[in-house]
Each structure stands twice: as structure tokens, then as C-alpha cells.
Design a protein around this ligand. Structure first.
Ligand code: PLP
Length: 361
């Protein structure tokens, strides 16, 4: 490929984000992106569409979405000055790195974790300090603390519950990491609504080096509308807001997020359904002799089989069941990830998985 002298050298090592699979179609069982299988309710969609018709499309939205920020303050109990909303939490991850990472900045990342973090650090020419999980894929807080003492990283990334491993850190572990760190600690709580551990939001008070990232893409059924937010002490939030791209939250997405937050009983019902679905999937998979399954604190599961992950992924896809091949992550050779879907989707996945493994028996 032609090399462009004007493109940053760091991009040579970086690949464009892509997700393997096939286009969305009605009979596809889609369990590969940890999304919510329930859409925004149709009556609410209609109400929102009416609202969209009344909105002026030729005007900019708020520089930063004022009403959404107020609603988030009500929902989280966190002061509005300490909240920033973004076009998905991915945009806020880049915002935080714009504020903190330059050439050679050390960023501690437990591995394996959501690979976009490592990629974004490289985009900003930072240096990744990887800290491996234990062999069973649980977090190794003692190794993180050692690395903090040794390397003094400027930024530490903790995804809890973590993707793709599905494991969490305890509140106590995160507190000791935040206390030991002289840099900024990012806690990505994209899957927190499905966790039995709960949020670390209480640590925000008194810790000006902590930022929590959350998303509307998972529990809130809004992956397509792109809304995420961060919580931090107001003084820190004011700094993080400086590099932020203005107008990044679409007025329609902001309004939908506000409405979804008003439907707490529905959200709770869906979360309970999905947690139950994950437990059912886990129990079913344990009955399949070839499957080794790992503990999960969220809406998805990691498993391995004697078959090569790529091959099993393809076989399931031929049967219109789309899951995620995560075998290219370090320590995860042979592993696949599946998120819980509707009851009938979970049943179909189990039956297709069982059939494919049976053929090889
Ligand atoms: C750990 C983690 N953080 C963030 C995201 C993305 O969130 P958003 O859709 O808000 O950009 C994901 C999506 O898969 C994720 O797994």
C-alpha cells in the first residue's frame, strides 16, 4: 500500500475498526455486540418522531445538551457540572485522551480489555502499559498496584464489568487503585446495569482523579442513537470539556435518552429479563460437554470449545447465529463471546451450538 508522508507514523500499527458478521436481516440471531435485544417501545418511538417533526432541523442543537445533562443529574444524583454527554461513550474516551494523552504518555491498561482503548492511546502516540489478567481472566488488582508503583502511569483504564472477559473489579479494589494512582483513573461502566457489583460512583466525592464512563447503548436500548456520558468531580469535568467536540449529541438522541430515563420500571424489567437469560444460557452451556464456560458479571458470556474459534464462529453464522470471535485477544485463544438475547434467540443459539459440537463428537 502507498505510504503517505503526512499520515502519523503511529497509524501504521493501527487497523480500522470492523466487526465480523453479516448485514442485519430479520432472521439473523444477533448476539455479537452486547446490545439490548429489546428496541425502544414503538409508542415511544412514535411520540419522539412527532417531536422530531416539530424541531427545527436547520438550527444547531445546544453546544452541550443542557436538558439531557439536567436529566442525567436527576438520574444519577451527581451534580450537573460534573457530567459531560457525548456521541456514545467512545467519543468521550477520545475526549478524555485528547485532554490527557500525548507522545509517550503512559496509559496502564489491564489486558485483555475493550481494544478501542489501546487503539486510541496509539492514535495519540501514547505508550500502553499492559497488565495481564490472571489466567482465569479475573482481574489482578495486585499486579495493577505494582505497575502503578513501578511506572507511575498518567492514565489508568479499568473496564468493569470488563469486555470481553465479563469480569468485574470490586469497589474496594478500585478504591485502592484510585488512592494509589497519581494519574487519572477511568472506570468504564458500559455494562454496570447488569452487574452484581454496582457502580463506583460513591468514590467520585473526594477523588478528583476519577472519571466514570457510561453508555445508553446497552441497558437503555439506544446503540443506534449514540449517547454516552461521563461523571467526574466538577473541576475535572471542566478540564475534560475543553477539547470536547461541540454539538456532538444530536437533539433527537438527547430527547430519546431523557425519555428512556423516565421509564425506569421498563428498564428494570428488561435488565432482570436479560440477567435471567444470561443465567439460563450459562446453565444450558454447562450441560454441553465440549464447552468450557467462564464466570460472568454482565449480559454476555465467554466460552471455549476444542474447535478453533474462527471455525465455530463461521459454522454458527452459516446457521444465521452471529456471535463474536474474541480469540485474537491476548489470553483468549479458542474463546468466543455471546450476549444474551430474547428467550427464543438464546434457545436457537444453544440448539445450533449443540448441533455443531455434536457433529464433531
Ligand atoms: C467496554 C465498552 N465501553 C464502551 C463501549 C461503547 O459504548 P458506546 O456505544 O457508548 O460508544 C462498548 C461497546 O461495546 C464497550 O464494550
Amino acid at each position: 500500500m502507498q505510504s503517505f508522508p503526512f499520515i502519523k507514523k503511529s497509524l501504521k500499527e493501527i487497523e480500522t475498526y470492523s466487526v465480523s458478521g453479516k448485514p442485519l436481516q430479520p432472521d439473523l440471531i444477533k448476539l455479537n455486540q452486547n446490545e439490548n435485544p429489546f428496541d425502544v417501545p414503538l409508542d415511544l418511538k412514535r411520540e419522539l418522531l412527532d417531536e422530531l417533526l416539530r424541531q427545527p432541523w436547520h438550527r444547531y442543537p445546544d453546544t452541550f445538551p443542557v436538558d439531557l445533562l439536567k436529566a442525567l443529574a436527576g438520574y444519577t444524583g451527581h451534580p450537573v457540572e460534573g457530567i459531560i454527554a457525548g456521541n456514545g461513550s467512545n467519543e468521550l474516551m477520545y475526549t478524555i485522551f485528547m485532554a490527557t494523552v500525548g507522545a509517550g504518555t503512559k496509559v496502564l491498561i489491564p489486558t485483555p480489555t475493550f481494544f478501542l482503548y489501546e487503539k486510541a492511546v496509539r492514535v495519540f502516540d501514547g505508550t500502553v502499559i499492559p497488565v495481564p489478567m490472571h489466567d482465569d481472566l479475573s482481574y489482578a488488582p495486585e499486579k495493577i498496584l505494582e505497575a502503578i508503583e513501578r511506572e507511575h502511569p498518567s492514565v489508568i483504564v479499568l473496564v468493569s464489568p470488563n469486555s470481553p472477559t465479563a469480569r468485574s473489579l470490586t469497589l474496594e479494589d478500585i478504591e485502592s487503585i484510585v488512592n494509589a494512582a497519581d494519574g487519572l483513573v477511568i472506570v468504564d461502566e458500559a455494562y454496570i446495569e447488569f452487574s452484581d457489583h454496582g457502580s463506583v460512583q460513591q468514590l467520585l466525592q473526594g477523588h478528583e482523579n476519577l472519571v466514570i464512563l457510561r453508555t445508553f447503548s446497552k441497558a437503555f436500548s439506544m446503540a443506534g442513537l449514540r449517547v454516552g456520558y461521563l461523571l467526574a468531580e466538577p473541576r475535572l469535568a471542566a478540564e475534560l470539556l475543553k477539547p470536547k467536540i461541540p454539538f456532538a449529541v444530536h437533539a433527537f438522541s438527547a430527547l430519546t435518552a431523557i425519555r428512556m430515563m423516565e421509564h425506569r420500571p421498563l428498564l428494570n424489567e428488561r435488565i432482570a429479563y436479560l440477567k435471567e437469560g444470561r443465567r439460563w444460557l450459562e446453565a444450558q452451556m454447562r450441560t454441553i460437554p465440549e464447552v468450557e464456560i467462564f464466570p460472568s458479571d454482565t449480559n454476555f458470556l465467554i466460552f471455549s470449545t476444542p474447535q478453533a474459534a474462527g471455525m465455530l464462529f463461521q459454522r454458527l453464522l452459516e446457521n444465521n447465529v452471529l456471535i463474536r470471535d474474541v480469540s485474537s485477544y491476548p489470553m483468549m485463544e479458542r474463546m468466543l463471546r455471546v450476549n444474551t438475547g430474547l428467550k427464543e434467540e438464546n434457545e436457537r443459539f444453544i440448539s445450533v451450538l449443540n448441533n455443531n459440537l455434536q457433529v464433531a463428537r
